[in-house]
Design a protein around this ligand. Structure first.
Ligand code: C2E
Ligand code: MG
Ligand code: MG
Length: 737
């Protein structure tokens, strides 16, 4: 779910970034276009400005020439003489022809034509005393198809009356070359037009020679150009200038600029109209676009590369997480989580395997060697699994295997084979004994693997500590006992609340005087049916689930309460010892807690002694300090069950006990020579350390006698008394004098 969410988020971020990138690029692109458009328009304006001054100068120059010649002609009598004079000028100034028109309108030209031109505008204007310049018009004299531009000035006589008109004709082509500079670099075109848009002359790459009017260039396109046309016409009529972008007749947009062209020598109102095709912009943008393109490629490249890196690290992290989650770091194989995921749901056998005394390998040979052993064991397990079977390390030296077998016998065979292989490791790895123990559980469904594994573990407990057998099937377990255990565990709290736990007292007697000198408090569970459950039945269970701490405290409180009550009843106090399990000792505040309890009941600490088992002294390294603290608080400490298991005389030196309780198994040695010697030695040693001896489990008279001989201090056992209910025990207590 989390993955899906972050995936959606990532996609959203990528899409947003891409959109932002596209929008930015488009904005940059648009900005560049606008800037370039303005640049094109302003260069067009400059262009028009330049052309205007150029054209003005060229035309003014020509009129100066014509006017000065016209002055000379005023003295000429005949038309022929005037024409003769013009011939040299026509040649020098590269006119197509020059001519003189008399008052009747008859024109005579330098190239020999004579024709009535009284209809021509330039003649009419000239005769009325005005200089004139025509648009590109048909040749009125010759038979050439080429168009011409005619400039004309009036010729005056001495009385300053017009006596004729002098004109010069240009080939339109040469006129065009004459007045336009090549500043347009082959792009676009310039037109000299009158205020109606009629073309006087034009120049440039985009010029259609036959166009009569600038509006032929614009006309024919969409409705918007009508707007442009109207605007141009009204501006020109008002003598205004303008520039911008507009559509032309091919519907391709173009840049335009027009400005009025005033010429001193001739009274005409013209305009220079320049236009550049849209492609100019495209062409100018091209290098910039190329740069942007490279930039985009680089950015997109970086984006892709960073994405690839991101994906790579993501995959790597996922792999690492997978390793952490599913791979066992020691064996490199599956862990329990992976096992659960892969196993599926099918019938078969779940085997729980661990190694006997593996801790010993770790502490003797080092953790590295220990890891190597685990790795090798895993390899063996893996080799012993078929394709549809699976194994994994659960933790520490615990493994789980799934055998897809149907018969117990087949599993037993495979287990024996496996055991043989694992045993060989001690030799190949040069380490102490490697020995596996296994519990096996057959299941039809693997839906609850934890439960199956738990049952396999339970089966394994049957062979823990055994030398003759290293595996057991779950069905070998005593299921009634298991169910009973479960019931006991579940009903503990209720039993404690309802005072179902009774404290019984087993008296202790002075070995010599055989007087009652103390007692041991022993707990019993009164079942609902009134029967008694012995402590051996439930204490080990409560030691496993931790309830023993509550139970020990309960018994201790009961004894304190009882001692106080006896005191109030005037009964002489004899010490009662209470058992404290090693689990109760794991609590750091155990001493404080017990001190508070005796304070609460106002009982002297000598009245409640504490029995700590021998195994507790071995397991808890802080035990010596705890014993010290208890003794400082005034408690007497008894070492219980001495000689039952891990007998260590050294502990007598390391820890200060007030009394040693000899275990029944030692007392039972009485009658055996070496056993008796051992007992004698222990008692002597204890006495030399000022430790008292209480013998437990004394059942026979000869045992009493022998212990008396050895100067044993106290005796506890069936010989004198079994554990007694409170009131039976109470009846044996003496009243204070
Ligand atoms: P323990 O502390 O060594 O107690 C002595 C056990 O030996 C008692 O068994 C007692 O009934 C038994 N016993 C005494 N004299 C003889 C004898 O002459 N012959 C035989 N065959 N047995 C004798 P019990 O009462 O069944 O207690 C068993 C163990 O349960 C105790 O061994 C003690 O370790 C534990 N226990 C009992 N009450 C408590 C308790 O309140 N807390 C804790 N932590 N453990 C307790
Ligand atoms: Mg005891
Ligand atoms: Mg004991």
């Amino acid at each position: 779910m989390k993955h899906k969410k972050s995936g959606i988020l990532l996609t959203a971020v990528i899409i947003s970034l891409s959109l932002a990138f596209i929008i930015t690029v488009a904005a940059v692109f648009n900005n560049i276009r606008n800037n370039l458009s303005s640049e094109v328009i302003s260069s067009l304006e400059e262009e028009v400005e330049q052309n205007i001054s150029l054209i003005r100068r060229e035309i003014d120059d020509k009129f100066v020439v014509l006017n000065s010649l016209a002055k000379e002609l005023s003295s000429y009598e005949s038309d022929e003489a005037a024409v003769d004079k013009m011939k040299v000028f026509a040649e020098v100034y590269n006119f197509r022809r020059m001519g003189y028109v008399n008052l009747e309108g008859t024109a005579k030209t330098t190239d020999g034509f004579e024709k009535d031109l009284s209809f021509a505008d330039f003649v009419k204007e000239g005769l009325s005393g005005k200089a004139y310049i025509t648009a590109a018009v048909e040749d009125m004299l010759g038979d050439s198809d080429e168009k011409v531009n005619v400039i004309s000035v009036p010729v005056y006589d001495f009385a300053q009356k017009v006596k004729g008109v002098m004109f010069a004709e240009y080939n339109s082509e040469s006129f065009r070359n004459l007045i336009f500079s090549d500043s347009m670099q082959g792009e676009g075109s310039s037109y000299v037009v009158d205020t109606q848009g009629n073309i006087i002359t034009s120049y440039g790459s985009d010029v259609s020679k036959d166009l009569p009017s600038i509006f032929s260039y614009i006309e024919g396109s969409k409705a918007s150009d009508d707007g442009l046309r109207r605007k141009v016409l009204s501006n020109m009529a008002a003598g205004l200038e303008d520039s911008g972008v507009g559509p032309n007749r091919e519907d391709t947009y173009f840049f335009y600029c027009y400005k009025p062209l005033k010429i001193e020598s001739v009274d005409v109102q013209w305009y220079v109209f320049s236009a550049e095709p849209r492609e100019v912009l495209t062409r100018r943008m091209k290098p910039i676009m190329n740069d942007i393109q490279y930039l985009i490629i680089i950015i997109v490249g970086l984006f892709i590369v960073s994405n690839i890196i991101h994906i790579y690290y993501n995959l790597k992290r996922r792999r690492e997480l997978y390793q952490l989650a599913y791979v066992d770091p020691v064996t490199g194989g599956d862990n329990f989580v992976a096992f659960k995921q892969k196993i599926g749901n099918r019938p078969g056998f779940i085997v729980s395997l661990d190694l006997v005394e593996f801790k010993l390998i770790n502490s003797v040979c080092g953790v590295e060697k220990g890891d190597e052993v685990l790795s090798e064991v895993w390899k063996i397990l893996k080799e012993n699994c078929r394709g549809d079977e699976i194994c994994a390390r659960v933790n520490a030296d615990r493994f789980i295997i799934f055998f897809a077998e149907e018969e117990k016998e087949a599993v037993a065979l495979r287990i024996e084979h496996l055991t043989g292989q694992i045993k060989t490791l001690s030799e190949s790895l040069n380490i102490p004994r490697v020995f596996p123990v296994m519990g096996i559980y057959h299941t039809d469904s693997l839906e609850n693997i934890d439960r199956c594994y738990g049952d396999a573990l339970r089966a394994k407990s049957l062979v823990k500590g055994r030398r003759d057998k290293n595996y057991a099937f779950y069905d070998e377990l005593d299921h009634d006992a298991i169910a009973m255990n479960q019931k006991l565990e579940e009903s503990f709290d209720k039993a404690l609340q309802n005072n179902c736990f009774e404290v019984w007292y087993q008296p202790k007697f002075d070995a010599h005087s055989e007087e009652l000198v103390g007692a041991e408090a022993l707990v019993r569970w009164r079942d609902e049916d009134g029967s008694l459950i012995p402590p051996g039945r439930f204490i080990p269970l409560f030691e496993k689930n931790g309830n023993i701490i509550k139970l020990d405290e309960y018994v201790f409180r009961e004894v304190c309460r009882q001692q106080k009550q006896w005191e109030k009843q005037g009964i002489r106090c004899i010490p009662v010892s209470v058992n404290i399990s090693r689990f109760s000792l794991y609590y750091s505040n155990v001493v404080d807690k017990y001190k508070r309890i005796i304070q609460y009941y106002e009982v002297e600490p000598q009245c409640v002694e504490l029995e700590i088992t021998e195994s507790a002294t071995i397991e808890n390294t802080e035990i010596a300090s705890l014993i010290e603290q208890f003794r400082d608080a005034g408690f007497k400490i008894l070492l219980d069950d001495f000689g039952s298991g891990y007998s260590s005389l050294a502990t007598l030196n390391q820890m200060k006990f007030d009394t040693i309780k000899l275990d029944k198994s030692l007392v039972d040695f009485i009658g055996n020579d070496s056993g008796e010697k051992l007992l004698e030695f222990i008692i002597r040693l204890a006495h030399s350390l000022s430790i008292k001896i209480t013998a437990e489990g004394v059942e026979e008279q000869k045992q009493v006698e022998f212990l008396q001989q050895l100067d044993c201090d106290d005796i506890q056992g069936y010989y004198f008394s079994k554990p007694l209910m409170r009131k039976d025990f109470e009846s044996k207590l003496e009243r204070r004098a």
